[in-house]
Design a protein around this ligand. Sequence first.
Ligand code: GAL
Length: 949
Amino acid sequence: MRRLLSVFLVMLLGSALTVVPATARTGAAHQVTYDKYSLQVDGRRIVLQAAEFHYFRLPSQRLWRDVFEKFKAAGFNAVSLYFSWAYHSPAPGAYDFTGVRDVDRLLRTAQQAGLYVIARPGPYINAETTGGGFPAWLKNVPGRARSSEAGFQDAYREWLHRINPILARHQVTQGGPVILYNAENEYQVNTDAAYMQDIQDQARADGIDVPITTNDCCDAGSWSSTWATGPGAVQIPGVDDYPQSFECANPDAWGPWGEGLTEKLRDDIPVFAAEYQAGAIDLGNAGYDKCRELTGPAYMKYFYKNNLVTTGATMFSYYMGYGGTNWGWLAQPNDVYTSYDYGAAITEARLLTPKYDEFKRQGYFLEAVAPLAKTDAAATSPAAPSNPALTTTTRANPDTGTQFVLLKHADRAATSTDDATLDWAAPDGRHQVPVRVRGRDAHVLVAGYDLGGQRLVLSSSEIMTHALIGGRDVALLYGTAGSPGTTILRYGSRPEVKVLEGAVRAAYSGNDLRLDYDHDGLARVLVTGGGRRPLLLLLGTDETAATFWRAETGFGPVLVRGTELVRSATAQGDTLRLSADTAAAGSVEVFAAPAARRLRIGADDVRVTRTSSGSLLGATRAAEQPGLPALTGWRSRAEAPEAAPGFDDSRWTAADHTTTNSPHPPKTLPVLYADDYGYHYGNVWYRGHFTATGAETRIDLNAVTGLRGNYLVWLNGRYLGTAAGGVEADAGDQANPPNPDPGPGHFDIPAGTLKTGTDNVLAVLVANMGHNDDWIADDLRFKQPRGLVAATVAGTVGATPVTWRIQGAAGADKVRGPLNNGGLYGERTGWHLPSYPDKSWKTAAPATPGVTWYRTSFRLDLPKGHDIPVGLRFGGDPSPAYRVQIFLNGWNVGQYGGDIGPQRDFSLPAGLLDEHGTNTLALAVTAEQPVAGPGPLSLFAYGSVRGGP
Ligand code: GAL
């Protein structure tokens, strides 16, 4: 009923208010519906398999395609996209959707790669990004954020009316890829139903007509269980699950946050795993490889399959599929540093990992085996293991009877290898089959399945995929290396069985062909006759299965064994053309219709022979390894003229406000909060002028920078020292009052520094490490100020009045956006830009307290037709005495330093990096003490493949 109502609303509001340009239509329009089992597109059930991607963490449009093609090649049929308000809006009323912020192009690229899109425009997104996606100017807006209060409401509606029309014209219903619209993000604390309802009403008014979802936090289904009906309820609520938590230093921890079973929130909707953990933030600075281990293939096998069969989820979105980079000031300061690699299946440098292989094994299965989209839990499992160390759980498709049996250890933490005989009452008969579960693992076994033209009675191998290729079924099954496998197929009469490769025993009785084997390498069995079309059965291990790729072509589906990645395949005459990446010299085998007689990979004709399996076999060429130049010829220049008393600050902004909209009352006046003066990102300078009485003895400051931030202080040009800035915890929350003394710094005025009776200048450089998110929606944390929050010049006769000026970023960079720069002198003057004339700079010298810039350039000419991700490596020991902002061709690609995080390698993404030309590196070193400089520095290649996006 509610659905009908909302459709009616769309008709009413949508037609009146929305302008959907006809040009946006890129494909045929489709209808999206759902029932308690699954989503349906034009009545066809789909299992939605999405992985999360943040375009704002990969500012290179060409590489969006690469990531999307990699998702698709792993069997994903969707991508989940957060849209960051902060990324598009430098100031109220100002929005930019051009260049790296061109989301029309992003959505078109997703569609071209064959992916649906789950659109998640917030307004709040969390995501460990600055402000949780809220622009920092929102901190000045009255009205509690994430509520229906007036000031905030005007602001978020402004954003929604910019982003929604773009999303609307790319909906599935308009021939585009957007299949779901996610409102808000883990909205669980501040239960303002009017706000949740208004987001949806605005979306409908803007033409959104696909189902609206939301992602509930923390297993409980908190929002949606309270607000299942009535104002604020969404059509398809889903749940976020992070069963491994985020302690990457301890990858052996196993499900500290539980089994991770996504709850069914309502009887009329599919189970939606809206964010299922597929990596982790690196809370303990263990490095992302540890996070990849924590959430590696063993975890994926156990938790993902458990969720699939135990809860029957048919809508999945894995967070993250690809993490990317917190370039510029994108990071929320509390949980992340520059890299947002996330330990994801695809690394920050876009390399594929063993986690990718596991996604592919599971993804291909979900893609190929249609009965999975409609299953009910079986009250008792029809498959009983003889060993109590193992358990089974079963779901079955009510129409086809197909069974899905989850086989796992009874104790989820068990690491033992356990054997059992499975007594299995399958739909086509009862059988005993040997099984083995090794360590933290789980298997989904299928029985009673029409596998193409075959009838699969059951198999203790897992199905990866199957396809009708050239008039025969080709099926790829797999199991743990060394474990026993049994596959039983039904025939009308005795078929002919030919074992082409491997050790497989075949027995036929009572219409059943039983094949027994151990999983080892790749066995091949050809079955013909028996009243069915031929079957080529490929029986692999986890590892050999992962070497296969599937693609759709004019020849029909093809399977490719080998290469690093098959992006797509096309039929051209008698040639099969693969768009594929290859790294090492090796073999490539193609299972395609007999009409395909030749093979071409990229620009290479590959000489092929036909195998006894009917496939084409050829060889791949190794990729070239690039020679990368040494980084030499560094020049440097000290900046920070702001610290000198004679510096002209008359054009800086007067910091003279006596009131603020911040929920944090000022401790001293004037209000010095950087955001109140429009300086939202990066470093900010203050200059305070006072006429000294001669009685001043000390300077007491409070500054809030966010975690890992500091500030530096000068009086009349003399460096007084540094202090650490306040952090999120200082903001307080619903339970704790704010800290009255955040980020304190006390500086004694050295003898001879003060100039009595005349102007004295106090200069302070404060880092702004980014803005807190608003996860608990209480305003105090998100709206915690940045910059100086109190300042007193005092002595024996009380405080001396100070007048202040403030200077942050000179304005938003048109190309790189508002998050690229802060207010360092060099940034305001363009020292980070490639065009800056640095010829007059001297050869690199050590850095003194303050800011020193280092620049050099290098030429690249990487091998053509390759994809070679390049990084910048800091050697030596990082010191807490300095921090480095790294600019590549003007792009702020990250921050390095002993206090910043464990990161030593920084990704220089193609697009920002000119792979065939001159590149400029500019490093802004902010030093607390004299330091030698930022080196040693080198370029390195993360990998090299022939091919690429
Ligand atoms: C979720 C949130 C995401 C992200 C994730 C942790 O709770 O919805 O945006 O913050 O946690 O990486």
